[in-house]
Write a protein that binds this ligand. Structure first.
Ligand code: MN
Length: 261
């Protein structure tokens, strides 16, 4: 199996090394990740600028090398699959992100976007993230949990284009309470913009580092992760509201030629 491994925390992030270590026995792991941290880059791609690519050594192990890309997470996946890799990729993995990607954060997340780009390109793709609280993260342990989940996803059969989002809770009790499958909770993010005008008197705001979520539905990603479960969420790239297609199509759209002049 050929795995494309990426992230949004940057190619040298410990979460990427942990995921690499957790999956390397599955086959060939090709690392393409942003040179610089790209958290909250979402699904952006580089339209006009050059996209530099350089080989980087990622650890003491001589085999642990990758490509650092001067672009976004989605750029990395597009470049790797469509342009640079000679052999087809069987699976795209993204993470392990330092910070949960649940609720609306799924939209801002470069970690999830990188996996979504893999799905768009017809690959099965999984994004991995972990909750953080400012303390040290035991990434080797979190990596083993991610691998446990991945093994079950693979055994279940990850079809081309499938996208799965996995979040690991804070391991306060040492181990997660269990694994739950749950939907995204689209609830308000409770963060704040702090006004910090600069010396020239320009109006400047900075997003607070602290944030939380408003309470979500009981079995949603936000609630389950807070309760200490590993949360597995199947996502889809197709954002169409299929249930609304028929009712919106039934609007009277008839027009006279003059309407569009
Ligand atoms: Mn990140």
């Amino acid at each position: 199996m050929r795995i494309l491994l990426t992230n949004d925390d940057g190619v040298f992030a410990p979460g990427l090394a942990a995921l690499h270590a957790a999956v390397r026995d599955l086959g060939e792991v090709c690392v393409f990740a942003p040179r610089q941290p790209q958290s909250a880059a979402g699904h952006s791609i580089t339209l006009t600028g050059p996209l530099s690519v350089e080989h980087v050594h990622l650890g003491p192990d001589q085999d642990f090398t990758g490509r650092g890309v001067g672009g976004s997470p989605a750029d990395c996946v597009r470049l790797a699959i469509r342009e640079i890799l000679d052999e087809p990729v069987d699976l795209v993995l993204s993470g392990i992100n330092a910070g949960a990607n649940i609720g609306v954060n799924v939209f801002y997340s470069g970690t999830v976007a990188a996996a979504a780009e893999g799905a768009i390109l017809g690959k099965p793709a999984v994004a991995f993230s972990t909750a953080i609280d400012g303390g040290d993260l035991d990434f080797p342990h979190i990596g083993r949990i991610c691998r446990w989940v991945l093994d079950r996803l693979l055994a279940d059969g990850l079809e081309p284009g499938r996208l799965v989002n996995v979040n690991v809770p804070l391991l306060e009790e040492g181990v997660p309470r269990g694994i739950r499958v749950g939907p995204q909770a689209i609830v308000e993010v409770e963060d704040t913009y702090l006004r910090q005008d600069d010396e020239a008197g320009c109006q400047v705001y900075r997003l607070s580092e602290e944030y939380g979520f408003a309470p979500g539905p009981k079995e949603s990603d936000v609630e389950l992760l807070a309760e200490g479960y590993v949360v597995v969420t199947p996502l889809r790239v197709d954002m169409t509201d299929h249930a609304r297609l028929a009712s919106l199509a039934s609007v009277d759209w008839t027009h006279r030629p003059d309407d569009f002049r």
